[in-house]
Design a protein around this ligand. Structure first.
Ligand code: AP5
Ligand code: ZN
Length: 213
């Protein structure tokens, strides 16, 4: 099964993707994570996209489509979770082509609905483990021991450079302008499954499980 998690910054895409990986053995393809990895490893592409990401703007379609192409080609038995991709109509068309080329299909698009006020709170309180990728929040999901990851024991906890109110404003504008048209695009294809992302994490996970069947 291949699915897209579609939603604004902070909607909980990464959080739910990690659960689907654990529960269903699917492979998470987060273009945000791939781009951050490219930055950390200092590749030429990583250097080029750094300022764009920190400002909250979208990087070019060509770059992200290239990243996804490689991964789909490698294949996955449990299927893919596309997290943060596609984000433009051009990316959505490219994904359809790539899936066809690799003899597979898209099964569902989970649209995670969360209002802007909640998104600001989620983004400004978020931190992640730099070693295992576990996602935390100052208020709703702090680590049990301050400064130490519950999952892997690492003390390498980080905040993202684009998780500030200024960049978030741009990220939201980019979402409404370039990504939200995908809601209508997938609705017209009959693939859209809207989910109330404002509930607590377990309740959102249950609604997604129901939607996927
Ligand atoms: P990306 O990394 O994809 O960021 P994003 O879409 O802005 O999404 P986030 O990772 O911020 O949020 P999320 O929905 O995963 O929420 P999370 O689960 O962490 O992209 C970053 C940048 O890369 C882009 O701005 C762009 O520059 C570039 N980029 C990436 N993909 C691209 C593409 N395809 N095309 C062009 N450019 C691209 O949760 C957030 C917080 O809320 C956490 O603290 C979590 O603990 C908490 N939380 C989660 N669920 C709940 C809940 N149900 N209740 C309460 N708290 C919750
Ligand atoms: Zn960890």
């Amino acid at each position: 099964m291949n699915i897209i998690l579609l939603g604004p910054p902070g909607a909980g895409k990464g959080t739910q993707a990690r659960r689907l990986v654990e529960e269903r053995g699917m492979v998470q393809l987060s273009t945000g994570d791939m781009l951050r990895e490219a930055r950390t490893s200092g590749t030429e592409m990583g250097k080029r996209v750094a300022a764009v990401m920190d400002a909250g703007e979208l990087v070019t379609d060509e770059i992200v489509i290239g990243l996804i192409d490689e991964k789909i080609h490698a294949g996955s038995e449990g299927g893919f979770i596309f997290d943060g991709f596609p984000r433009t109509l051009a990316q959505a068309d490219a994904l359809a082509e790539l899936l066809t080329k690799n003899y597979t299909t898209l099964d569902a698009v989970v649209e995670m609905r969360v209002d802007d006020q909640a998104l600001v709170k989620r983004i400004t309180g978020r931190y992640t483990c730099g070693d295992c990728g576990e996602v935390y929040h100052d208020d709703t999901k702090p680590t049990k021991v301050e400064g130490t990851c519950d999952t892997c024991g690492s003390t390498n906890l980080k905040r993202r450079a684009d998780d500030n109110e200024e960049s978030l404003k741009t990220r939201l504008m980019e979402y409404y302008k370039k990504t939200s048209p995908l809601i209508g695009y997938y609705y017209a294809k009959g693939d859209l499954k809207p989910v109330n992302g404002l509930q607590e994490v377990d309740a959102v996970a249950r609604e997604i499980a129901q939607a996927l069947g």
